[in-house]
Design a protein around this ligand. Structure first.
Ligand code: NAD
Ligand code: ZN
Length: 315
């Protein structure tokens, strides 16, 4: 029988790596985190890379665009409803909770940016003034008319309307690996499916309409082709610019490929931050180049974050 102390305690890193990160986190005064879909994977919400790459044969990333919504709002609403339903059924995981606790501990020294639109960080009680949801939230509904200010925050109704029900399981979501779309879809899926699709999944008349101006309502998320909130950027930049240095940047469950994610990683390096990446797939880190002083923790964020933060949260 081998002695338990000879076995590595965790598969995602050596004890030495975990300790060196732990010490750095403990003494860090200014920390930035950038989270992506991988953070919510353990809560059962598919990422764009894996089982959520396709939705009913449509590329999920393509459906998350303003062009898709303009061409076929009923189809995009149905996709968004499935996401909303999944998000409302899901529970925050230990990763969301660990980040929320760290935010309470480090207070103004920690800013967390999330690209997720599932509202799970909020539901894990992450302090709202320490969390920026860069891409909005599926739980918020706004007017599609940009000159109308109608905004319905944290609408938890599910289904949203009798016609807008979300499917009960993950069957609508699939990966390219296990479920190939038809040839026509594979070739030019976006132009074919969205622009030429004659039959919307839900007719526009049955979509929710704005009580103020009667335009079609939409989820308050930032789709491809849309700009992120300038006010939010100004606040993040003000925090970043308040001091010359940043001690640590954590990149969690994202390849940091989508703008402005990649920009933040570079900015953090320029400010002297050490980078810690937590990702299931350390081989595909998009634009992130790790250096000797950085860390890669390869595995599930829900398992890794509580271990990494333990020493800091306890002291
Ligand atoms: P992505 O789907 O492009 O990539 C997910 C990343 O997470 C990959 O690098 C993958 O290796 C990693 N990953 C998967 N499971 C993980 C786990 N258990 N632990 C740690 N890492 C894991 O997601 P993205 O980089 O966030 O960017 C794409 C866009 O997708 C974003 O704009 C985001 O708004 C949107 N999106 C959001 C959700 C959500 O709100 N939960 C889900 C899917 C996509
Ligand atoms: Zn309106």
């Amino acid at each position: 029988m081998s002695s338990p102390s000879s076995e590595p305690q965790y598969s995602f890193a050596t004890e030495e790596e975990i300790n060196s990160f732990g010490k750095h986190l403990y003494k860090s005064k200014r920390i930035l985190a950038l989270c992506g879909a991988g953070l919510s994977a353990a809560s059962g919400i598919p990422t764009f890379r894996g089982s959520g790459a396709l939705w009913r044969g449509h590329k999920a990333a393509h459906l998350s665009s303003i062009e898709a919504f303009e061409a076929n709002p009923g189809l995009v609403w149905k996709y968004m409803m499935d996401g909303r339903h999944l998000a409302l059924q899901a529970k925050p995981n230990a990763g969301h909770e660990a980040l929320a606790k760290l935010a309470k501990k480090k207070k103004k020294g920690f800013v967390c940016l999330t690209q997720n639109i599932d509202g799970l960080s909020e539901r894990a009680k992450h302090p709202r003034d320490r969390l920026y949801s860069l891409h909005g939230s599926l739980l918020d509904i706004k007017c599609s008319n940009c000159s109308c200010d109608y905004y319905d925050k944290e609408n938890l109704k599910d289904p949203l309307t009798p016609d807008l029900t979300g499917d009960d399981n993950l069957a609508s979501f699939s990966s390219t690996a296990t479920s190939e779309p038809t040839t026509s879809l594979t070739s030019q899926l976006f132009s074919m499916t969205i622009q030429e699709s004659k039959k919307p999944v839900i007719p526009t008349s049955k979509l929710p309409h704005c009580p103020k101006c009667s335009s079609v309502l939409r989820p308050a998320v930032v789709w491809f082709g849309e700009s992120l909130s300038q006010t939010m950027f100004d606040e993040i930049n003000a925090w970043l610019d308040a001091e010359k240095r940043l001690d640590l940047m954590m990149v969690i469950g994202t390849m940091a490929e989508v703008y402005p994610a990649a920009r933040f990683v570079q900015l953090a390096k320029d400010k002297g931050a050490r980078i810690a990446v937590v990702n299931l797939d350390g081989g595909h880190l998009g634009g992130i180049q790790l250096r000797k002083q950085d860390w890669l923790f390869e595995g599930d964020a829900a398992e890794i974050l509580p271990v990494l933060f333990e020493g800091t949260l306890e002291n």
